[in-house]
Design a protein around this ligand. Structure first.
Ligand code: ATP
Ligand code: MG
Length: 340
C-alpha cells in the first residue's frame, strides 16, 4: 500500500481535501446519514441532499458545529468513507490539517485525534493555523507581512485574524456563518408570513439574491408550508426581507472586525490600512460583499479567488514547499504551544 499525503480543511459546511498523490482538490458536504442508528446510509453531498427529507429511521447528522468537531466518531466514518471513495485510502498516510486558532486545546486536539486514532492510522499529523493557510492561499507572504487582516466567512463561523511580523497577533472565531444567516431568514419568514421554509430553501434564497447590490425590489417564489392551514404552497419572498434577516448577524461580524482593529497596535493598524482586508470562505462569494464591508469598516477590502478553497490551496502550497513547510507544526512536538 502506497503512502499518501492529504491536506484537510474541515469546515462545518464542507470538507476540503487535497490529495497529493493525485494532485487534486475536492470538497464534499460535511454530512453523514445514519440508518437505524448504526449503518452508514449516505455521506457527503448525497447525505446533504437528504436533509429534512428522510424518514424517521434515517438521521442526517453534521459532525461539526461552529468550526469544531462535535461528533468525532461520525466525523471519522465520514472522512474514511470519502477518502476510501477516492480509492486512495492507505494506512500510514500523512495529514496536514488546517485548524481554527481561537478554540480550546481539547477542541484543537480533536483535529489531531480524528486522524491519529481512526483506522486512517496516520503516520504523521501536522497542523496549520487556518488564517496562515488562507494567507498562503492568496500568495501573501505570511512570514514577512507587516500587517494584513483576514476574515474567513464560512458556513458556521467567521474567523478574524491579524497577521504581522511573521505570525498571527490577534484572532477571533465568531459562531456566525452562512447557516446563521439562513436560520435568521427562516425565522423572519415564519414570523412575518406564517410560512415555514427549509434550510436548503433559505440558503438558495440567500445565494440567488444579490443582497449587496443596489437592486431592491427583486422577489423569488419559494416552496414551504403555510403554518395556519398546514398546506404546502409557494410564496414570493422579497430581497428586502432577506436583507433585514441577515442584517444583525452580519453587523455583529462587522463590529467584531472594527473591535479587533481597535485592539491592533497602531503601527500594524497603519500597515493594514495600506495592505488591506482580505475575505475568504464560501460566504465571501456573495457579489459585492467586499464593497459592503469596505464601506462599513473603512479598510480597502478584496475577495480571494474561489474563497472557499483558499485555505486548502494554502495547505497545498505549504505541503509542496520545503520553506513553507515550517508553517506546519507537529502536535506531538513538546514545544507545541497548545499542548503544554
Ligand atoms: N456562491 C455563493 N454565494 C453565497 N454563499 C455561498 C456561495 N457558495 C458558498 N456559499 C456559502 O458558504 C458557506 C460555506 O463556506 P465554507 O465552505 O467556507 O464553510 P466551511 O469551511 O464549511 O465552514 P466553517 O469554516 O464555518 O466551519 C455556506 O453557508 C454556503 O451557503
Ligand atoms: Mg472553513
Amino acid at each position: 500500500m502506497a503512502r499518501n499525503t492529504y491536506g484537510l480543511d474541515l469546515g462545518s459546511y464542507e470538507i476540503k481535501v487535497y490529495d497529493k498523490k493525485k494532485d487534486v482538490i475536492w470538497k464534499e458536504k460535511n454530512v453523514i446519514a445514519i440508518k437505524e442508528k448504526r449503518d452508514i446510509y449516505a455521506v457527503g453531498d448525497d447525505a446533504y441532499r437528504m436533509y429534512e427529507k428522510t424518514p424517521d429511521s434515517i438521521e442526517v447528522l453534521f459532525p461539526m458545529k461552529e468550526g469544531v468537531i462535535t461528533g468525532i466518531t461520525n466525523m471519522q466514518f465520514l472522512l474514511q468513507n470519502l477518502i476510501k471513495g477516492e480509492k486512495q485510502f492507505a494506512h500510514g498516510s500523512e495529514y496536514v490539517v488546517a485548524v481554527p486558532t481561537d478554540v480550546t486545546k481539547v477542541q484543537k486536539k480533536a483535529f489531531f485525534d480524528l486522524v491519529i486514532h481512526s483506522t486512517a492510522r496516520a503516520k504523521e499529523v501536522n497542523i496549520v493555523e487556518r488564517s496562515i493557510a488562507d494567507a498562503i492561499g492568496m500568495n501573501i507572504d505570511a512570514r514577512n507581512t507587516k500587517g494584513i487582516f483576514i476574515a474567513n466567512f464560512g458556513g458556521e463561523t467567521t474567523e478574524l485574524s491579524v497577521l504581522a511580523g511573521g505570525g498571527m497577533i490577534l484572532n477571533r472565531l465568531l459562531p456566525i456563518g452562512g447557516r446563521t444567516y439562513d436560520e435568521a431568514i427562516i425565522t423572519l419568514i415564519r414570523n412575518s408570513h406564517d410560512f415555514l421554509i427549509g434550510r436548503h430553501t433559505a440558503e438558495a434564497l440567500r445565494r440567488r439574491f444579490e443582497i449587496f447590490k443596489a437592486d431592491s425590489d427583486a422577489a423569488f417564489m419559494v416552496s414551504g408550508r403555510d403554518l395556519i392551514t398546514g398546506v404546502p404552497m409557494q410564496k414570493a419572498i422579497s430581497i428586502n426581507l432577506v436583507r433585514a434577516a441577515i442584517r444583525d448577524p452580519l453587523m455583529e461580524c462587522i463590529q467584531a472586525i472594527s473591535l479587533l482593529m481597535d485592539r491592533t497596535p497602531p503601527e500594524v493598524r497603519n500597515e493594514i490600512h495600506k495592505n488591506g482586508l482580505f475575505l475568504t470562505g464560501g460566504v465571501a462569494n456573495t457579489a459585492d460583499m467586499d464593497k459592503y464591508i469596505e464601506k462599513n469598516v473603512g479598510i480597502r477590502t478584496s475577495t480571494a479567488i474561489e474563497p472557499e478553497f483558499c485555505s486548502i490551496n494554502g495547505l497545498k502550497k505549504i505541503m509542496m514547499s520545503k520553506e513553507l513547510r515550517q508553517l506546519a507544526f507537529s502536535m506531538l512536538d513538546d514545544k507545541y504551544r497548545w499542548m503544554e
